[in-house]
Design a protein around this ligand. Structure first.
Ligand code: GTQ
Length: 345
């Protein structure tokens, strides 16, 4: 590629005249905004150990009362972006949230979309749009854009969950804000049960639900059973993976980030080709090895790691006896909608 002119090739008076009129010459910066063949990625392969962060999160429970935090969260920040930016990748935010018995994180709604992957504990719930969603290990609960949500805890042990939000993107779009509200009235209806069986959806008198987010809770017992059944039904399938989708349309359950669960069979190694979206892996059960560029991470249960886009990734089940279950979040719905999605051989 041709070397282009630099800023300091230009006379000082000319540069000042440009600046005075809010003008910038493109050519000194052209290569940095349009680098050859591969984008510049700030997202660094990063691993967050649950054993490492758990004591600090529990300590936050002693140091900061819920009233002073509203959401008691330690953010899993990617050093490549700068920790203060609080982002795991360009579009993904990750946080570990702690709720202690008897605590209540007040109702609010916001423009970014969120999901919660429950990590430990029992007895807490998130109420989303009036639906009370119990939280157990491995459950996925959606709190999509614009829906009221609050977290409560009737149990006896600390509850921890992983928050995944598209906050960095929505913030960059200058579209991120919150509205505070009153405690919600809880409805007796639960869409998770109404949509429990794949292929059949509620259709009373032939009128299908037209909600944007018909299903809000995806219980791990169902997802785990679906993965085991898929492996039995299609033993030759390349990856035992299921996507969290809108049961009415089959589309990704949220518009910006995509979510799936993967079962690595005993001893299995899976090669993911380089794709444009960044990815996040969270170990639900078992232990995996994740290799990205020169980084090799050992994921123990409840560990989380991320990988930038445009690099191949290798996932390996560290056990030859039992399956490993991994929750995956990625930016593919966003890349596909914007037309920049790529897979490289
Ligand atoms: O639980 O509503 O990690 O609003 C960041 C922002 C959690 C939440 C986060 C939020 C929440």
């Amino acid at each position: 590629m041709k070397q282009l002119g630099r800023l300091d090739d230009l006379p000082e008076a000319y540069r000042q005249a440009l600046t005075a009129q809010n003008l910038v010459p493109l050519w000194p910066s052209l290569r940095s905004v349009l680098p050859p063949t591969k984008p510049v990625r700030r997202t660094r392969p990063t691993h967050w150990s649950y054993a490492g962060l758990r004591p600090l999160l529990l300590q936050a429970g002693e140091l900061t009362p819920i009233e002073k935090a509203e959401r008691r969260v330690l953010v899993l920040a990617n050093p490549g972006h700068g920790l203060e930016k609080m982002q795991a990748s360009s579009s993904i935010y990750l946080g570990m949230q702690l709720l202690l018995p008897g605590e209540w994180a007040p109702a609010h709604k916001h423009t970014p979309n969120a999901v919660r992957m429950i990590v430990e504990g029992d007895g807490a719930y998130t109420t989303v749009d009036g639906e009370k969603c119990p939280m157990s290990r491995g459950d996925l609960i959606l709190t999509p854009t614009g829906l009221w949500h609050e977290h409560g805890h009737d149990g006896t042990v600390p509850v921890v969950w992983l928050d995944v939000l598209d906050l960095p993107l929505v913030y960059y779009m200058e579209a991120s804000y919150v509205t505070e509200g009153e405690a919600q009235m809880v409805s007796a209806e639960a869409t998770e049960r109404a949509y429990q069986r794949g292929g059949v959806v509620p259709s009373p008198i032939f009128a299908r639900a037209d909600k944007r987010f018909p299903m809000l809770r995806y219980p791990w017992v169902e997802v785990r059973a679906a993965l085991l059944a898929l492996d039995v039904a299609q033993p030759g399938i390349e990856a035992v993976q299921v996507a969290y989708v809108n049961p009415e349309t089959g589309a990704d359950c949220q518009a910006i980030l995509g979510y799936s669960a993967l079962m690595l069979r005993p001893g299995e190694t899976l090669l993911l080709p380089a794709r444009s979206p960044a990815m996040v892996f969270h170990q639900i059960e078992g232990s995996s090895e994740v290799s990205v560029d020169d980084s090799v991470f050992t994921l123990a249960e409840a560990d989380t790691c991320c990988a930038p886009g445009y690099v191949p990734i290798t996932l390996k089940n560290r056990s030859t006896e039992s399956p490993a279950f991994v929750f995956i979040a990625d930016e593919s719905p966003l890349h596909k909608k914007l037309g920049v999605y790529e897979v490289r051989g």
